[in-house]
Design a protein around this ligand. Sequence first.
Ligand code: SF4
Ligand code: FES
Length: 266
Amino acid sequence: MAEIRLPKNSVVKEGKNYIINKKDEKTAIRTVQIYRYNPEKNENPTYDTFEIDTSACGPMVLDALLHIKNNVDTSLTFRRSCREGICGSCAMNVDGTNTLACTKPICDIKGTIYINPLPHMPVIKDLVPDLTNAYKQYTSVKPWLESTKEPSMRNDEVRERLQTPEERAKLDGLWECILCFSCSTSCPSYWWNQDSYLGPATLLQSYRFVADSRDDSKEERLEGLDDAFKLYRCHTIMNCTKTCPKGLNPAKAIGALKQEIITQKN
Ligand code: SF4
Ligand code: FES
């Protein structure tokens, strides 16, 4: 019988403990356990445990991370930019769910706050996943408008490519995607086949252009997706929709792509 084990260097060991010694009635202590990995050290990853005074930092998980980085361990590494749920860069696994650290309130989490990088991705350092393959897949679906028609003119000026309100409404629930990859990295099909399955984030982005009335490459886009792995490795597990921090429905977009392919073939 096959014996499946994790490679030795992937086992996460217990790391350092950072305790607050001076506590009074004003301190609101929370314990945060964070995955740490430094490729330069040639050591196994660890879970470091930090006690933080949440009365001294902002209300979100990202605030707790910034507090730790600024006051306890400057080597703690994570991505963030907008702190408003817009750039997608602070996506990580908090309390067992992929989400955005900047929009996840600390008070929503009971007990120890467990923070890990997005699952099943190579880790560059600490909470920073390597998204090279994910972005390569995103690029492969040509996430830009391809139109052969000239834009409308007004007073000799080039204007927009116009849509009816109904055509524009078809893009709602798609354009809001911030490419955080929380959905793709919550999907078991993507975990095991990310070399060949495009994953929910990229497929939602692909449907965003398939559904766009101004795009003239719908046929080629659908032909490119009609593949046992690229699209049909989705088994409608729905983790993607459950986890999306923007409340989008990648599973619905994937279903719509499958429906479009059937329609095109008939
Ligand atoms: S669909 Fe949601 S979870 Fe997936 S990449 Fe877009 S915003 Fe992130
Ligand atoms: S920092 Fe931009 S989405 Fe969180």
